[in-house]
Design a protein around this ligand. Structure first.
Ligand SMILES: C[S@@+](CC[C@H](N)C(=O)[O-])C[C@H]1O[C@@H](n2cnc3c(N)ncnc32)[C@H](O)[C@@H]1O
Ligand code: SF4
Length: 445
């Protein structure tokens, strides 16, 4: 099954996926989609910080290592101007329901720059008192001064990169990080106020034996984060050149990846976490676990979320915005992004206007990725008669599925529990864009 289905398929953090956005379509589409926003609904905001003070060889993010801080401070200035220009374009301050700072390493920002960003956001948005404010954090950056900056932002969740605690694996990915430093950073964040913690762990890393991964999982559990993300390392050296520093012969094979993912997943569940979607775990009381139990789990560019906002505004180089009617991505090179914003032009470079077909397929794919199933009656309630051909398509796929990955009981199309690690493959059956274009993805498991 793995040999047959271990193909490269998207992670479906959007539908269609970013490689299908059209070049040059960004700026006019962004203007049009902004005009469709109303002052009543809340929006989410994503800020991208494409800088790190180190370069991990496994990294697949839009970031670059910088030893000097001046370009980072200058970038924060540009971000604040992009946020202010968005507010002017809109003519009102939208309600902000959730904010995520990602990268790169936003934790690399000096406390004063974090304060500048917080002020720019408060000047442009009406921040809801219960807004979730999450920040991606490299523990090696966190000092007491940085914590003061995070407090100025009123951060409510820290998402901490661990990957693997074993020194041999860390040497193979150029990411030294001791358990003690990670533990102390978490203690510092927790004592600074009400902060919930997410930890990122990777399987499929070079020289990562089952024993090394198991020991990492045990240490992660000892830190008692509210959430864990367990991602499969995506080795795409054709896209991320520095990944060529990782020796292919050190990487675990497909079967080892699957058994590692399954074993680590069972260990988190044994330790009291609830499994969420394909790669997340959360304690029972965490909002993500609550959303999953009640069928309200969503998937966006950051992965799984309990955030119900339909609109996500992305600021910064490469950031993607999602509106009810389409997607827009800012230009990726940091220099070009700066030139556009400083010239008073929109940073939007690529975009995609959603069709009726995309909306229904996107909904089906999101439900399969979040709930491993699809309620065909719910589909009909949402989309009316337009849903009928898609329900027929689902029934036909279930009837012709040679390996029994899915089953239909009553009006529910569901991925079998044993096939859940192939959820991306089943989702891809509904992807009308998959075979068009040049896009390449990471392996399904
Ligand atoms: C922006 S980083 C996290 C914050 C911070 N920069 C750090 O590294 O601690 C986001 C996460 O993406 C995941 N990630 C990065 N490159 C990846 C890859 N090639 N495949 C799978 N996951 C990857 C890692 O788990 C990482 O923690
Ligand atoms: S994993 Fe995090 S710290 Fe490492 S290069 Fe990527 S974004 Fe930077």
């Amino acid at each position: 099954m793995l040999a047959r289905y271990g193909a490269e398929v998207p992670r479906y953090t959007s539908y269609p996926t970013a490689p299908h956005f059209g070049e040059g379509a960004g700026a006019p589409l962004f203007a049009e989609l902004c005009a469709s926003l109303d002052p009543v609904s809340s929006v989410s905001v994503y800020l991208h910080v494409p800088f790190c003070d180190r370069l991990c060889w496994f990294c697949g993010c839009h970031t670059k290592q910088t030893r000097r801080y001046d370009p980072v401070a200058a970038y924060v200035g540009t971000l604040t101007r992009e946020i202010a220009a968005f507010r002017r374009r809109l003519g009102f301050s939208p309600r902000l329901g959730a904010l995520h700072l990602g990268g790169g390493s936003p934790s690399f920002l000096a406390a004063d720059d974090m304060r500048r960003l917080a002020e720019a956001l408060r000047a442009a948005f009406d921040v809801c008192p219960d807004a979730e404010i999450s920040v991606e954090i490299d523990p090696s950056d966190v000092t007491p001064a940085a914590v003061a900056g995070l407090r100025a932002l009123e951060m409510t969740r820290a998402s901490i990169g661990v990957q693997d605690f074993d020194p041999v694996v860390q040497a193979a990915i150029n990411r030294p990080q001791s358990f003690e430093v990670t533990r102390d950073v978490i203690a510092m964040l927790r004592s600074s106020g009400l902060v919930s913690i997410n930890i990122d762990v990777l399987y499929g890393l070079p020289l990562q034996t089952p024993g090394r991964l198991d020991a990492t999982v045990e240490k992660v559990v000892a830190l008692q984060p509210e959430r864990v993300a367990l991602f499969g390392y995506a080795h795409v050296p054709h896209v991320k050149k520095h990944q060529a520093m990782i020796r292919t012969e050190d990487l675990p094979g497909r079967n080892a990846r699957l058994s590692d993912a399954e074993r680590a997943s069972r260990a988190f569940v044994r330790a009291g976490y609830e499994a969420i979607g394909i790669d997340h775990f959360a304690l029972h009381a965490d909002p993500l676990a609550k959303a999953a139990r009640s069928g309200r789990l969503r998937r966006n560019f950051q992965g799984y979320t309990a955030d119900p906002c339909e609109t996500l505004i992305g600021f910064g180089a490469s950031a993607i915005s999602r509106f009810a009617g389409g997607y827009v991505q800012n230009t990726v090179p940091t220099g070009l992004y700066r030139d556009r914003v400083e010239a008073g032009e929109p940073a939007a470079a690529r975009g995609y206007r959603l069709t009726g077909d995309d909306l229904i397929r996107g909904h089906i794919i999101e439900r399969l990725m979040c709930d491993f199933g699809l309620d065909l009656d719910d589909l009909a309630r949402r989309f009316g008669a337009a849903a009928e051909p898609y329900a027929r398509e689902a029934l036909r796929l279930a009837a012709t599925d040679p390996d029994g990955l899915v089953r239909v009981s009553g009006r529910r199309f569901a991925i079998r529990p044993e096939a859940r690690s192939l959820a991306r493959v089943v989702a891809s059956w509904f992807d009308a864009h998959l075979r068009s274009g040049e896009a390449r993805y990471s392996q399904a498991v």
